[in-house]
Design a protein around this ligand. Structure first.
Ligand SMILES: [Zn+2]
Length: 344
């Protein structure tokens, strides 16, 4: 079967032939239908996730597929089931690391990978869904959209009509805009450094788009909504300057959620830190995947989508074949896409 393999840190992925091995305890063989791409894969390609010693290895951690076979002990799914693959742990067995054959050698992979025609996944990294669940939704619920919904719901605990500002209009930032609309936040402000994100952010539900390179955030907030502060700020950029500039904009009930990670070793300063004691006492919090709990959350989200309440229109902006994966990765790197789908 074909798979995209990271052979060399910072190199392009090799799309080549990879062999499957026998399933062990708690493993599931899945025929992959679609996969998403997210920032985590860029980090892995750059060797920033402690993965450099494991190359060559496979990549991808959000996708949809059909169960082909199950290893000993697996009870959650059976052959023919449609499943979402996700990086966060759900119910079920945590299997050993899957093995594949590449260039006559055995290579190991993470407990879930999705950039291949077939994949071996740990039982706790898949969740069955009804067959009529759209592939696009499945890929989004494997990571980006679920992280966004969890960040809004579990971490920021956004209330109806609270104002929210989302820094960064990349894949996750745009999912957060959509998730904020589901929570009836108002206004929803999207901030980025590229003007071409404006249209996309607004089509997903942002009430205002600010280019922080060319516009002053405070002036724009005042001009459009007559406000100087925001109740919830979510940073997806991890950019030190962006974080420092926006923490002082928290309202008295403000919650600041860090999703993007600042560079290791970097210091982020708190300007005029005493303002954090204003109002009810403000909060700064770093989130781990928005506390997304696949076994509990995926069925709720699928139901919301089916009822027409969770709209995913416009989130996926590009589609590629597996052979074009390097093109797709370049697009994510340049920040020119919302979410990209790889179709197997
Ligand atoms: Zn992801």
């Amino acid at each position: 079967m074909k798979a995209a393999i990271l052979e060399e840190i910072n190199g392009p992925l090799t799309v080549g032939e990879v062999g499957l091995t026998d399933l062990t305890f708690g493993q599931v063989l899945v025929k992959v239908l679609v996969s998403g791409i997210c920032g985590a894969q860029l980090q892995e390609i750059a060797g920033n996730k402690g993965n450099a010693k494991f190359v060559p290895h496979l990549l991808g951690h959000e996708g949809a597929g059909i169960v082909e076979d199950t290893g000993v002990g697996v009870t959650k799914v059976k052959k023919g089931d449609k499943v979402i693959m996700h990086w966060r742990k759900g119910d079920g067995i945590e299997s050993d690391f899957p093995s594949y054959l590449f260039k006559d050698k055995v290579i190991k992979s993470g407990k879930v990978t999705t950039f291949s025609e077939y994949t071996i996944v740990s039982e706790n990294r898949i969740t069955p869904v009804p067959h009529d669940t759209p592939n696009e939704l499945c890929a989004l619920l494997g990571c980006g959209l679920s992280t966004a919904l969890g960040t809004i719901n579990n971490e920021a605990e956004v209330k109806f009509g609270e104002s929210i500002m989302i820094i960064g209009a990349g894949g996750l930032g745009l999912n957060l805009v959509r998730a904020a609309t589901a929570a009836s936040a108002y206004p929803i402000i999207s901030v980025d450094i590229y003007d071409h994100k404006k249209e996309l952010a607004e089509s997903l539900g942002a009430h205002l788009f600010i280019n922080s390179q060319t516009q002053n955030i405070v002036e724009e907030l005042d001009k459009k909504f007559n406000i100087k502060e925001v109740d919830v700020i979510i940073d997806t950029s991890g950019n030190k300057q962006a974080i420092e500039n926006t923490i002082p904009l928290l309202s008295g009930i403000g919650r600041y959620i860090m999703v993007g990670q600042p560079k290791p070793g970097e210091t982020v300063g708190l300007l005029n830190a005493n303002h954090l004691f204003g109002g009810e006492g403000k909060m700064i919090k770093a989130t781990q995947g928005g506390k997304f709990s696949p076994s509990k959350d995926i069925p709720r989200y699928v139901k919301l989508h089916k009822a027409g309440i969770l709209n995913i229109d416009h989130i996926i902006t590009h589609r590629f074949k597996l052979e074009q994966i390097n093109e797709a990765i370049d697009l994510v790197r340049k920040g020119q896409a919302s979410r990209i789908l790889i179709e197997m």
